[in-house]
Design a protein around this ligand. Sequence first.
Ligand code: NAD
Length: 503
Amino acid sequence: MATKSSRSKSPSKSPGTFESLNPATGEVVGVFPLTTKDEVDEAVARAKSAAQRWANLSFRARNIALRDWASILTRDMNEAAELIHRETGKPLSDATLEVALAIEHIGWAGKFAPKVLARQSRPAGLLMFNMQAQVQRVPFGVVGVIGPWNYPIFTPVGSIAYALAAGNAVVFKPSEFTPAIGAFLEESWKRIAPFKDVFTVLTGDSKTGAALTESAVDKISFTGSTRTAKKVAASCAERMIPVVLECGGKDAVLVDRDADIKKAAEMTLWHAMSNAGQSCIGAERVYVHRQVADQFKNEIVARARELQPGFGEGAKYGPATMPAQLKVIKSHIDDAVSKGGTFLLGGKDAIKGGYVEPVILADVPEDSLAVTEETFGPTLVINTVSDMDEAVDLANATSYGLGAAVWSKKNGKRIATLLQCGMVSINSAFSFAAIGAVPFGGVKDSGYGRIHGAEGLLEFTYPRTVVKRRFRIPLEFTTFERSERADKILVRLVRLMHKRKIR
Ligand code: NAD
């Protein structure tokens, strides 16, 4: 189970390149360019010219390109999944699920863009009744997408597909831990691209990412840690360009006394431990009603005992993709136990080589790192509450606000409306991420802006208001020729519409 080599993204033997390594075996998956600032600027300049042509295509033509891309990826699904498996260490079946969901989003974005982004007529109101008012949605031009490694195809495609469908060209910088899948995406796009430079992939590290934010892109869509997001936002502020920030989370699971406990335990375990816990919307904390707490703990621990991390067949999850995270996971476990938390499963020795065995902790004080900070490992804290109001207060008491899950037969919707976060699933886990029609994103330290759904398409356009005078009227207000009579009528109209008796 131990990793053959600790993983690093060190420069390779050829200058100006770096290696992508399999975190389970140390095998070199590929060698990729460390794209320089000048090269980033050149790529963005080429994307600018393509953007104009791409934006001028009809929605139908863009949908055909996206549909064909989805079809090519479907044909090559096994190859993509195999690459993700090797580059991240996650099980092949999880990698396949990831590719399938990315394809679903490409299809949704292309199909619904015409409806969501169609020109809208708006009522002009009584004062401007002679005007025709319209809102158009305009693509920004070139969108720079910066991606993480944990879902190296699903996550960036949530920005890439929606930005493309809205009429933007895209320049994508994948994580330095997963450049191969980034390059694969570009290759597959090129097979169906109507012309060059609509979608470009630039491999590299944080310097390449920073260069992209400083280049002539018109918007950035960033997914990654909150720490990096703040730097990205500051860089975008320098250039006054908008930014979407999809950052980390500390998602809570709330289990009420009327929940289906077996199902809640089964799905919460996957919610917490799949992908070795390296999910932005992974369950990290459970608040369970005291009346069902023992039953829930017994169920989830019994199931967790069966989980085997590894790289081969039968492994339920893989190694930590980024070795530096192991230190964070260890510090959270140690801190939780030193503050009084107890192990229901696993122990301080859970980290073995590059793998972390399942760790379930109970009664962990709320000021522990394992409750307040993103752990990003196969660890779960289960704390007991007296009622769901307490659970809601604790769930909301973090700096993050990405997703949450509620388990209750009767009270799910009521509890969901009280949670300060971007997405909630009731009696299920992760499911919102798989629905093309709903927005994905968070609040507070989890970021701002949205990908997926109609909101995700709108995010990659700006509204342009166009109003047109339909006919002349004797009472025109926006001119030096305005008469006294017009002034009086204006006041009379406003009074008529807005004057009320205030109680
Ligand atoms: P990270 O912040 O270390 O890196 C993310 C990307 O930013 C990488 O491509 C990196 O090269 C680039 N980068 C680094 N410094 C940069 C800079 N100064 N300017 C521009 N780009 C820079 O994050 P990570 O470790 O790759 O990803 C894990 C994090 O991502 C976790 O916190 C996880 O919760 C979060 N995440 C969030 C979502 C979401 O949708 N909310 C989805 C997946 C992952």
